[in-house]
Write a protein that binds this ligand. Sequence first.
Ligand code: GDP
Ligand code: IMO
Ligand code: MG
Length: 427
Amino acid sequence: MPAIVVLGAQWGDEGKGKATDLLATTDPIDFVVRTSGGHNAGHTIVVNGEKYATHLLPSGILTPGATSVIAGGVVVSPEALFHELDGLIARGVEVADLKVSANAHVIASYHATIDKVTERFLGKNQIGTTGRGIGPAYADKVNRVGVRIADLFDEGILRQKVEAALDVRNHLLTKVYNRRAIEVDAVVEELLSYAERLRPMVCDTSLLLNQALDAGRTVLFEGAQATMLDVDHGTYPFVTSSNPVAGGVCVGAGIGPTRIDRVVGVIKAYTTRVGAGPFPTELFDDDGARLQQLGGEIGVSTGRTRRCGWYDAVVARYASRVNGLTELFLTKLDILGAWERIPVCVAYEVDGQRVEEMPMTQTEFHHATPVYEYFDGWMSDISGCRTFDELPANAQAYVRALEEMSGAPIWGVGVGPGREQTLVVHP
Ligand code: GDP
Ligand code: IMO
Ligand code: MG
């Protein structure tokens, strides 16, 4: 299986890090690739009880022998990149080989400044971004005033580009937002300071990956963010500024869609969301607080508490459809062991009508209330189970029911954060 995509099927934090790490260690994987987003991601990997969090780096950085690739669709903060690398090195991790696309756009400190100022101006309409400068960096890219990694190796070009980028931005900052202007010299100096350390990592990652696939090597594309946070297919405007869906992988990596063999959607056995925006199954009661507490639902990047709710099969079917999922990886089933009865949202009611698929408009989605079906819980600790057959009958029935209604077969089930805490349903 040469090209495998792993992506988020809900609003992020489904366990993509764990799924990537698992695939990278069970099959020999040659490349682990990030294709969109930036250091707004927070992916947790637990190896032999040791916990690691990756943000901008692909989780493959922890897999010796695999090459990690940051492809052209990613927005790269060199500061965050080196901070993360140095953090792993300081912990004694033998970091894998790393390649960075020359075409990737750069996040400079002014992007984070603008991200935060813009959020403040939005007031009660704010998105609840991670404040990492992701949106402003993608905005510069689309406005054609972005700085790319390759520009860091030519001071003259870099200065011209930073001047162009800051021209309008500084008018906005000083005249609209009442802030100090950002100095071109300081930005250029900062970005140049990363150039030498970056140089050996930089290459044409599209060529690298296509040649690898031609040679029959195995490439794992590690999704960041998720389907419902996609700028085109998510709950716009409460989304990130990239395309985390499967189609975005081709654009972000520079590979054709015909290259992809498997598309694995990672999905929690319940639902969480960080930041603002609609969330039909959100719970505001004790069940929500318990899911949050038992699931340890605290953001890896920002430390924010995640909003929690029941599994939403309408979202699952939508994710299966827009990504062409070949399978699902269901995580955190172990967390549901404390409930006698588990509700699952099987459809919505929108303005008095039952709807089975994602409503067409944002207003309808805001008005959607869940229609629940109830499943018997198993009321036990399943974190020690290692095969699907070992699961209590009610847990097996819950997984089979979700599979039936979610639009793709469930390949594996997570019963704990560790690599080994995974049950294969369909090998
Ligand atoms: P990602 O952003 O999709 O990689 O997910 P995060 O790392 O932000 O959040 C997922 C959290 O769930 C992490 O703390 C993981 O260690 C943890 N996790 C993943 N799979 C399981 C599972 O099956 N059971 C439990 N209890 N925790 C899991
Ligand atoms: P992983 O890869 C969960 C959310 C933010 C905010 C919105 C826009 O760990 O699943 P941004 O900073 O991207 O402009 O914020 O998107 N968000 C995430 N939520 N997991 C993530 O990544 C996220 N990355 C961005 O909370 O609502
Ligand atoms: Mg996360």
